[in-house]
Each structure stands twice: as C-alpha cells, then as structure tokens.
Design a protein around this ligand. Sequence first.
Ligand code: FAD
Length: 435
Amino acid sequence: MAGPPAAWSNWAGNQHSTALVTERPRTVSEVAEAVRRASAAGRTIRAVGSGHSFTATAVADGHRLDLAELETDVTVDVTRRLVTVPAGMTLHTLNHLLAGHGLAVPNLGDIDAQTIAGALSTGTHGTGAELGCLSTFVAALTLVTGTGEVLRCSADEHRDVFDAARVGLGAVGVLVEVTLRCVDAFVLRAHERPAALAEVLDDLPGLYESHDHAEFYWFPYTDRVQVKTNDRVPADDRPLPRWRGWLDDEFLANTVFAGACRLGRAVPALAPGISAVSARALTERSYTGRSDRVFCTPRRVRFVEMEYGLPRDALPTALAELRRIVDRLPFKVLFPVEVRFTAADDIWLSHGYGRDSAYVAIHQYVGMPYEPYFRAFEKVATELGGRPHWGKLHWRTAESLSTAYPKFTDFLTVRNRLDPNNRFTNPYLRQVLDA
Ligand SMILES: Cc1cc2nc3c(=O)[nH]c(=O)nc-3n(C[C@H](O)[C@H](O)[C@H](O)COP(=O)(O)OP(=O)(O)OC[C@H]3O[C@@H](n4cnc5c(N)ncnc54)[C@H](O)[C@@H]3O)c2cc1C
C-alpha cells in the first residue's frame, strides 16, 4: 500500500515533486488511515489525479495519495440517470461505463485522461453556453476530511461542504466517491469551419446561442479562426471514416503539428508563417459520433497553458488586447488561442460562480518562453474581472482571488473546519488560499 519516495512530474513536465511516501489505498478506510497516519507524523498529504494540471496544485511534498486502486461500489441508476463511482476513476473509464448503460455526461472538455476527482477539483469545463463546468453535474460527494472523518455531502446534506468541495482544489478533503447526474446517451454532429475573427466577434451570441457547444481557435499573427460547433442529432449517420479521423486528429493535429512546433521553436522567425499556414490548412468538415468521442481528442503535443474565465461581454476587449500582446512579444507564439463558453453556477470556487463566462486559453509549446506572454495576458484578464483556471498557470494570490470570488471566505471557513491542521496544504494552496 504505502511505497517509498518516488519522483513525480505532471503531464506538461513543468511541475515536479518527490513525496516522502506514496500511498495507494484500496478502500475508503485505508484512505482515512493514510490521512490519520500522515497527520500523526505531522506531515501533509495530498491526493493526485492524472497529473494533467499545469499549476503546482497536485504537488505533494509530504505524503502522496494515489487513488487509482481505490475501489468503491459502482452503481448505475438508469431510471434516475445517476451514477456513483470511485473518485479516482478516469473520465475515459467513466464514459465507457456510461455508454454501456445508454448514459453519458452532459458535457466534457477536450480530453478524457483526467480522473473525475482531479477534473472536479480544478473546475474543469467544456464549452456550452447553457452548461456549467463538470462539477455542476455532481449530485453527491463522499470525502475524507483532514481528521480522517468520512463525510457525505449533497444539496441536502452538509450543504456548505457540498458548495465548497465540488471545486475544492484538494483543500477540503480527499474525494473518494462521486455521484454524477447523467443524461441519456447522445450523438453529436460536429462542424468545423475556418472563418475571419472579425466575423465571429461581430455576432458572438449568434455563435454560442445557436449551438449546444461552440468554440473557436484564433491563430496568432493572423485574422483567422477555426470555429467548432457540436450539436445534438438523432442519429450517428455521418461517422468520420477511420482514415480521416486518424489523418485529422492524429496525424495533422499531433504528428504534423508537433513537427511544425519543433520547427518554430528552432527557427522562431518562421512562427507567424507556420500559424498562417495552419490557419489556411484547416478545412471545413462535418461528422457525427458518440458524444464523448466528439468532445475529446488525443493531445500528444506537449504545451503549457493559462486559461481565464471572463464575464462574457469582456471577450472582445480581451482578444483585442491579446493580439497587441502577441505582436509585441520578444518571442513567437506557436499555439492557437482557444475560446469557449460556459453558464453561471453556484459553486463557491467555480470560475463560473454567479456569471456566464467566456474562457480564453493561451498556450505555448514546451521549451519555448512563455512567462512574459502569460503574465501580460493575466494583467489584462485580471483587470477585466477574470478568474484563472485552478489547473492552469497563473500567478494570482489569495489577496486578489479573495475579491474575485464572492464566497472565498465561506470556502476558507469550511476548509478550516474540515482540515483544521492544514494537512492537505501544499505550496500552491498557500499561494492561492493563504498568502
Ligand atoms: C492536454 C490537456 C487538456 C486539457 N483540457 C482541459 C479542458 O478542456 N478543460 C479544462 O477545464 N481543463 C482542461 N485541462 C486541465 C485539466 O482538466 C485539469 O487540470 C484537471 O484538474 C486535471 O485532472 P487530473 O486528474 O490530472 O488531476 P491532477 O492535475 O493530478 O490534480 C488536480 C487537483 O485535484 C486534486 N485531486 C486529485 N484527486 C483528488 C481527490 N481524490 N480528492 C481531492 N482532490 C483531488 C489534486 O490535489 C489537485 O489539486 C487540460 C489539461 C491538459 C494537460
């Protein structure tokens, strides 16, 4: 169960840690024991998911808790569309399980490699003007507190814990079991098309209100975007031929793009040309498929990322400022900028708390400079009332975050009650909650 110190790094390779002990509990009691053991030794303990956060949120410098082997009962209530699963299950496994019962989660982000607990804890989201982040699909949670107590929360039980723990940053407890509200399995028709940025900005509501899921990618140094929309349709009657899926999503989006990024990193002056060629190379395509397979695609080109949730009407200003920032940087940007939309929710540390959001995600290829770029955009986004994605790079501290989140103090109250000795803390939590 408990292993010796082991080096860990995240997916992007920009965060590292070596915990004193790695714990791999198989039962909820073993999770509680692990928390008590770390606590008795006066050490911290931190759950880690699939390591897909870019921030140091999953860094464990005391005990590391890996929940991949944790088993709790899996129950699928098809009539009520409720599923209860171990929190360390990956989204990929969850999607497969649900499909076998004719169910699905209402929305997903770009990948399915994250654990459910990890995705919920940072406010992971997809796009859909009428849909909140993944945490809004949670009906109940069971967690182990900092004192080793097992607690179940929902809208009717321990409501304040429920409001804090659905996007809990791993600060209020170790999530061990999650009940999710699902929907009947559905098919999506994906439509991807190149467009002019100005045309899209001229009628943003026309884009996000007329589709179930809408997003676009802006290619730096160009006026071009690739618009992607997904809409529910009754039948999977236009599946992407296997070769076309491989060509577009594997070969072009990963292999060729990786080559282009390597070239741009080696010869930065080529980056604007590469961006322009990429924007022009993307063609229109339309296909149908099972919802999770349309939402999620493989991402093999490694990058670092910052993402800000903004009040929707701030989006045009944010993008105009971003263009100015990109043009003035002393280095080039090799990755497109992703823009998505979510609906307001009532989860205390959700980026979408109390407001409809537009998300702007900026990326840079690994090994390229990024900090001046990200910091410059952070300044713009902060002034526009932006909230940084908890799993993506940012430099905000508790002082400024406390004014960005109306329920920040309530969150700290629950955290102090459930983890009175700060057993779950790490350097990232000290930055965003205590500093
Ligand atoms: C290629 C790529 C694509 C991505 N796409 C999207 C996207 O489309 N939308 C989006 O919003 N985000 C996206 N992300 C970000 C990602 O969804 C989040 O960072 C998510 O938190 C990662 O989940 P994880 O399982 O890897 O958790 P980790 O990164 O390992 O951990 C995240 C947090 O969860 C906590 N945690 C983990 N398990 C538990 C538990 N059992 N109990 C309590 N706390 C726990 C950790 O302590 C940590 O604070 C993407 C990231 C990558 C690398």
